[in-house]
Design a protein around this ligand. Structure first.
Ligand SMILES: [Zn+2]
Length: 140
């Protein structure tokens, strides 16, 4: 892994352990850093390195899988429980990138986020089972 500063490492660890995406303030609380600037600097670097992604629609961050670091990915965000499913190697996004390349458009950043209900939340027979994690996964 690319060398990370202790601050970046700490923020990355917090993101890795999180069940859901985290806003900068939640990360600040979990890391115990003195100021938000440290968090934002670390996040910026982690995003640059491809280790984390900003979910624009939530204004929150998540750690991303190793496979998605070099390939465009999409995120399916459950608005009910906060679960985020990362769609790695989405062929359609790749095709869009190829289309844009033909137009000589250089893609620097791709944001593909879907909002809805995950399989657990759309399947009402699981309602009783999943209630314990319901509040835990809410946005901080
Ligand atoms: Zn859900």
């Amino acid at each position: 892994m690319t060398s990370l500063t202790p601050n970046q490492r700490r923020v990355f660890d917090v993101l890795l352990k999180a069940d859901a995406s985290l806003g900068a303030y939640a990360i600040l609380k979990k890391t115990g850093f003195r100021g938000a600037t440290q968090v934002y600097r670390a996040l910026e670097r982690l995003v640059d390195l491809g280790l984390a992604r900003k979910l624009e629609s939530l204004n929150a961050y998540i750690a991303v899988s190793a496979e998605s670091q070099s390939t465009p990915s999409a995120f399916a965000i459950c608005d009910h429980c906060g679960h985020i499913h990362e769609v790695v190697e989405a062929q359609e996004i790749k095709q869009l990138h190829e289309c844009l390349a033909q137009l000589n458009f250089k893609v620097e950043r791709t944001v593909v986020e879907f909002h809805g209900a995950c399989s657990m939340c759309s399947d009402h027979s699981h309602e009783a089972k999943e209630s314990p994690t319901y509040t835990k996964l809410k946005q901080g």
